[in-house]
Design a protein around this ligand. Sequence first.
Ligand SMILES: Nc1ncnc2c1ncn2[C@@H]1O[C@H](COP(=O)(O)OP(=O)(O)OP(=O)(O)O)[C@@H](O)[C@H]1O
Ligand SMILES: [Mg+2]
Length: 226
Amino acid sequence: MSKLECKDLSKSFSISGDTIEVINNINLSITEGDKVAITGKSGAGKSTLLQILASLDSPTSGRVYLDKTDFASLSNDGLSQIRLHNFGFVYQFHHLLDDLSVEENISIPLSLKNELNSESKILVNKIMKELDIYERKNHLPWKLSGGEKQRVAIARAIVTKPKFLFLDEPTGNLDRKNASIIQSLIFEMSDKYGIALISATHDNDFISSFENIYEISGTKLNKIYE
Ligand SMILES: Nc1ncnc2c1ncn2[C@@H]1O[C@H](COP(=O)(O)OP(=O)(O)OP(=O)(O)O)[C@@H](O)[C@H]1O
Ligand SMILES: [Mg+2]
């Protein structure tokens, strides 16, 4: 079982001479299959923590490990490989490529891994059917509704069956009905493919489905017990 861990993680930003400490000495351990929600008010540092755990940003101090591998010991190429082989990402605003069809967008991570072949194309079709976007496979993203775009973003993030799926406000830009559909699909895909979830969210309905709920408050990460 893979384990993603951070030890004594701190991050501050300097803006025109002022230093803002966003998170301070955070420790967290996430094992494959875990479902972790990170909540906290706007500006608390949820996205910052997610970006650092996903190796997309580096901490001011402290360490992130995937199993025994210390992210600080890796080059940018090394970190790209870690992400490609272990992580998936879903953002609030989808980040789909406008010139590529739904099917092509979903296939991007497979192309990057040199794994686009007849077998993986069957998986792409299967996932599009599971997420109810198969009928839209040849459409460009701008033709889709917000909920459909989010389903394409989820499909793209899980098509390589990552061990860890990072979600930054995945329901934040959706109406309640679509948020509820996306929420169910995320958990269904997580259970089906054994994918750990690490999600930043303010959405109370979404939060309540998680097993492990943390809040960032005053630079610290606190576990919330139901
Ligand atoms: N690159 C950056 N440079 C300077 N300050 C930054 C940078 N990124 C984030 N911050 C600051 O760090 C703090 C935490 O930001 P972050 O985006 O992590 O909050 P958040 O909890 O995700 O908020 P939201 O709920 O609004 O998405 C904010 O005060 C933000 O302005
Ligand atoms: Mg955020």
